[in-house]
Write a protein that binds this ligand. Structure first.
Ligand SMILES: Cc1cc2nc3c(=O)[nH]c(=O)nc-3n(C[C@H](O)[C@H](O)[C@H](O)COP(=O)(O)OP(=O)(O)OC[C@H]3O[C@@H](n4cnc5c(N)ncnc54)[C@H](O)[C@@H]3O)c2cc1C
Length: 374
């Protein structure tokens, strides 16, 4: 038991953000201890489900573009260092009415940052990508660089490289609580650890580790579905079907992936029920499957085949849906970095780099204004 050993940094939670931070901090030579309540990658938090979208023409805000550009570089570095394939570029389509938040926002980011992109009419989308059937009054922003990350492989690669760089990683060891004065003491199911600094990347469990702070995080249940294509399955191959996001009927968002061999994956973005990490309803009802089917029938009719599987996942939302990456309001040696409102995975390596900079009192090279406590 290492109760006398002082670490430079203890990281609570080794999902996307924590594993990335463990990798980056250990790579920089810090003494790192990473703790997780399960054995990551696992299917109880927010970083499972085979695929994640990465895209550059960021509709949510142009401030994310330099971050995602750095993330692309870092994912490729991690691929080289780990000898694993993690990212597949398929291109991406953001589809909606011309005045939708999705289309307008993607165009704004693309224009402001000079990103390669094109606008397609609904007919052009149907012709180029026959799997996708937008309404006549929709258009699409096409960006060639978007693609797919493999989240379980990404977390595994971060953790194995962190270990290689000397990080100690302990799984199935939940952190119960922590205390801070001139250093930090972390209490787990097994014992106590002393560290100079602490990073809390506990995903949907984050609030439980921050008692006394009424932080405005909202956990949202989201369901992912895989369907066997009903017809024209070649249309869903990755070279014929890019990743796609849709805004329809006002503010409803939906996304989908090509078939990587396990079926066509699709789901709603937001609109899920409020949940807690420990008591979330894991069972998926036929009505939830029907709701996705209705959208498939309308926009991807060839994907409306047999349901293969459905999986529940969790968003940790902030009020404005921007990230929260900041020091604890009362303890400067504690950083909080999980709430990413359902769009954080693609940024994991750059968030790992930002956390490492903040731990080393270096100014991150990015504009962090949107991500501060608010
Ligand atoms: C359905 C779905 C689809 C998504 N799609 C995309 C997408 O396409 N593109 C994109 O960029 N993002 C996407 N996201 C968002 C992205 O996946 C998340 O922002 C990201 O995975 C969150 O990572 P995390 O490290 O904060 O949380 P997690 O990966 O959940 O990690 C938190 C870890 O903390 C551990 N933990 C919790 N409490 C304790 C404790 N007390 N002691 C020890 N360990 C603890 C947990 O076991 C867990 O391993 C999606 C999310 C979901 C749910």
């Amino acid at each position: 038991m290492s109760s006398d050993f002082t670490y430079d940094v203890v990281i609570v939670g080794l999902g996307a953000m924590g594993s990335a931070a463990a990798f980056e901090l250990s790579r920089r030579g810090l003494r790192v201890l990473g703790l997780d309540r399960y054995t990551p990658p696992h299917a109880f938090g927010s970083s499972h489900g085979e695929t994640r979208i990465i895209r550059e023409a960021y509709f949510e805000h142009p401030i994310y573009v330099p971050l995602v550009q750095r993330a692309f570089e870092l994912w490729r570095n991690l691929e080289r260092e780990s000898g694993t394939t993690l990212l597949r570029e398929t291109g991406g389509l953001m589809i909606g009415r011309p005045d939708s938040e999705l289309v307008e926002g993607a165009c704004r980011s693309a224009e402001l940052h000079g990103l390669q992109h094109s606008l397609f009419s609904s007919a052009e989308v149907r012709e180029r990508f026959p799997a996708l059937q937008p309404d006549d009054d929709m258009i699409a922003v096409w960006e060639p660089r978007a693609g797919i990350l493999l989240p379980e492989s990404c977390v595994t690669a971060f953790l194995s490289r962190a270990r290689h760089h000397g990080a100690q990683l302990r799984f199935d060891e939940p952190v119960r609580h922590w205390e801070a004065d001139d250093h930090v003491r972390v209490y787990t199911s097994v014992g106590e650890y002393r560290t100079r600094q602490l990073i809390i990347t506990a995903g949907a469990w984050v609030s439980a580790l921050l008692p006394g702070l009424a932080l405005p995080f909202r956990i949202e249940r989201q369901v992912l579905h895989w369907f066997g294509p009903a017809q024209f399955s070649g249309d869903f191959a990755p070279d014929r079907c890019p990743i796609h996001l849709w805004q329809f009927d006002g503010r409803q968002f939906f996304y989908g992936f090509p078939d990587l061999g396990t079926g066509v994956k699709a789901g709603f973005h937001h609109g899920g029920e409020a949940a807690t990490a420990d008591a979330v309803r894991r069972l998926v009802t036929p009505a939830e499957v029907d709701a996705v089917r209705a959208v498939l029938r309308r926009f991807l009719p060839g994907a409306d085949g047999p349901l293969r599987t459905s999986v529940v996942c969790l968003y940790t939302n902030t009020q404005d849906e921007h990230f929260w990456i900041d020091h604890h309001p009362r303890h400067a040696q504690v950083l909080i970095a999980s709430p990413c409102s359902g769009h954080g995975f693609k940024f994991a390596p750059v968030i790992g780099e930002i956390l490492a900079d903040l731990m080393q009192n270096k100014r991150p090279r990015f504009d962090m204004e949107l991500f501060r406590q608010r």
